[in-house]
Design a protein. Structure first.
Length: 629
């Protein structure tokens, strides 16, 4: 249960609102039929983003309801808000300094809307608030039927990673959920697996479609990286995934051969065609299928002959032209790495470029073996276009190699404005190679190492963000290095947090909290303070203990966390009950953060970071410049 009327040290009572799409806002421009905000962030390019509703939520506590809502990039800088319960205004004066408001004494069933006030004129009602009546909101889900593998092993299904996107164009986010069989395997493990199943689900639990990837897509964290994004700008998100013979789309149509079985006696799929398919977000229909790039070719050319390293896949979404999103699909990171960039326009795939560490251009230059179990996407060189940070190397927006540290493979990395005292973005990463620095921070533009810790074997966990107001900028820590470190590498606190996993902006201040397993904690130099324990929920991905998804999904700029219930019959969403006095544009309209939500499900999940610094003593948050359908 949420605490009774929790208040953060810096918090104050405020209101939040959501407006109807198309509401008149000061400073709104009309560009090619798109709504465009009047403020820029880092680059002048207008980037395509989702046309979102207000995302109003009402989170009940023992003392009343916290109502919060989105400040959209398409809103005016000086917009204010009024909060209404069943048509009656509950705030004395318009809310200006934040986008949340605590309504004391109200029951959990209270019905709220929000109205924007633009140039003194009150606009129409938003959609009605999503009610978190018991501190959480359940989205019903239905597990697929289990089965039995060819060698007689029975399996059932667990809800695993999720992503979000507006699948039906109504301005509200929907879920795309991956169902993983209980016999899913790491690539290093032999054995048959059940099929991977993917569902499209609305917030009320309506299942829009179910995709069965079939017997020729092995199940596990490294095989299916699904991207959910509006790639063609029609206002509805698409879903991109690797497919194979026997994959069945959301309308029941088979891709390739329905009878083919390419599994060998060890359960690996090392022969047969491999495809990339773009699915319709509303119907699940396969709209376009092409050969997956790169093809597996000779299995041993990826680092072993039995099927481990050949099937290490990563995926992401990047604004490679600075304006519209492209799909990133990749293979390999222990030895050879190949990254393909695709555009989805006019109902067809076009390959923009392919980066290959084995090409004559890149071979022998230190780009092999530099990939992580995840990637990150950001405009690291401030040219308005995104780069792919692929572990210990980066690839430019045009597909050319940008830099490599040659520090090799690792399990975790963070890319963002980790040191607001210096220009540009930084990368913090941990290394698996015992002969390399166990952790390091680098300039994300050049790859130049800013600081590092000594070699200490396989450093499996590492996190970086501002979790403690006692030191400026992000704090970094890892499993194999001592202490909590400043952006300059100095140990600023001897005690490390109790977890080295996920992060979430949860309470009312701007320092971030620790998200691990099924709880959220506040870091302290003596001990961590528990802020939330999820009720009857489970984390995913084994020892990684990650949520289905976490990020700024609804309400104001703070982050929600979504876990499946222990019986896998619901996605249980938690939203903060804490007030805040900080006003930040919805992070869904910061395209670096939005792309990070899209790649969050990739292999070893990592938390999202925006393009700017959020933390203690932060500057006024920039307002992104976006276009919406």
């Amino acid at each position: 249960m949420a605490p009774a009327h929790p208040r953060s040290p810096r918090g104050r009572r405020t209101t939040r609102t959501r407006t109807l799409l198309g509401a008149v806002t000061a400073g709104l421009l009309a560009v090619a039929g798109l709504a465009v905000s009047g403020q820029t962030s880092h680059a002048a390019t207008v980037r395509q983003a989702e046309a979102l509703d207000r995302g109003v939520v009402s989170v009940h506590t023992d003392a009343g309801n916290l109502i919060s809502w989105r400040w959209l990039a398409t809103d005016a800088d000086d917009v204010s808000f009024n909060v209404y319960r069943a048509g009656t205004k509950v705030n004395a004066s318009p809310v200006t300094g934040s986008t949340n408001y605590f309504h004391a004494g109200a029951p959990n069933s209270a019905d709220y809307t929000v109205r924007a006030v633009v140039a003194g004129v009150e606009q129409s009602d938003s959609v009605h608030a999503i009610q978190f009546r018991t501190g959480y909101k359940d989205v019903p889900i239905s597990p697929p039927a289990g089965g039995t593998t060819p060698d007689g092993v029975a399996y059932t299904y667990e809800a695993n990673d999720a992503s979000v996107g507006d699948l039906d164009g109504d301005g509200a986010l929907d879920f795309v959920l991956k169902w993983q069989p209980t016999n899913a395997k790491d690539n290093s493990q032999s054995g048959y697996t059940g099929n991977t199943i993917v569902d499209g689900i609305t917030l009320d639990g309506t299942r829009l479609w179910r995709i069965d990837l079939g017997r020729n897509i092995r199940s596990g964290a490294h095989y299916t990286q699904f991207q959910v994004y509006d790639y063609d700008g029609d206002g509805e998100a698409e879903v991109a995934m690797k497919t194979a013979d026997g994959s069945v789309d959301g309308e029941g149509k088979v891709i390739g051969s329905s009878s083919a079985d390419h599994r060998n006696s060890s359960g690996y799929v090392l022969t047969g065609p491999e495809y990339l398919t773009m699915f319709n977000g509303r119907t699940g229909a396969a709209m376009g299928t092409v050969d997956y790039v790169p093809a597996r070719g000779t299995v041993s050319s990826w680092g072993d002959s039995y099927g481990n390293r050949v099937d290490r896949f990563l995926a992401g979404t990047a604004y490679l032209d600075g304006a519209r999103p492209s799909l990133i699909m990749a293979r390999g990171y222990y030895t050879r790495t190949v990254i393909a960039a695709w555009d989805w326009r006019g109902g067809a795939f076009t390959r923009r470029w392919t980066f290959d560490t084995s090409s004559s251009t890149n071979s022998g230059k230190g780009y092999d073996g530099q990939g992580n179990h995840q990637l990150s996407v950001a405009d690291v060189d401030a040219d308005g276009k995104d780069e792919i940070v692929y572990g210990a190397m980066a690839v430019d927006d045009n597909g050319n190699a940008l830099w490599t540290t040659k520090n090799g493979h690792g399990d975790a990395m963070h890319v963002g404005d980790l040191d607001p005292s210096r220009a540009g973005l930084e990368e913090f990463k941990v290394d698996e190679d015992g002969s390399k620095p166990s952790s390091w921070m680098a300039d994300a533009r050049t790859g130049q190492i800013i600081w590092s810790t000594p070699a200490a074997g396989d450093n499996g966990r590492g996190v970086s963000d501002d979790i403690w107001p006692g030191s400026a900028g992000a704090e970094s820590w890892s499993a194999a290095a001592d202490g909590l470190r400043s952006p300059k590498g100095a140990v600023v606190a001897s005690r490390k947090p109790s977890s080295s996993n996920f992060l979430a902006w949860w309470d009312g201040d701007t320092t971030r909290e620790l998200l691990d397993g099924t709880h959220i904690d506040k870091y302290g130099t003596s001990a961590d303070t528990r802020l939330l324990t999820g009720a009857s929920v489970h984390s995913g991905n084994g020892t990684k203990s990650t949520p289905a998804i976490s990020g700024d999904l609804f309400g104001d700029w703070r982050e929600e966390v979504v876990w499946p219930t222990t019986d896998n019959t619901a996605l249980r969403i938690y939203s903060t009950p804490y007030e805040t006095g900080t006003k930040i544009t919805t992070l869904l309209h910061d395209t670096t953060y939005r792309a990070a939500l899209a790649w969050q499900n990739t292999a070893y999940n990592q938390p999202p970071h925006p393009s700017f610094f959020i933390g203690g003593g932060m500057a006024t948050a920039p307002r992104p410049k976006v276009s919406t359908p």
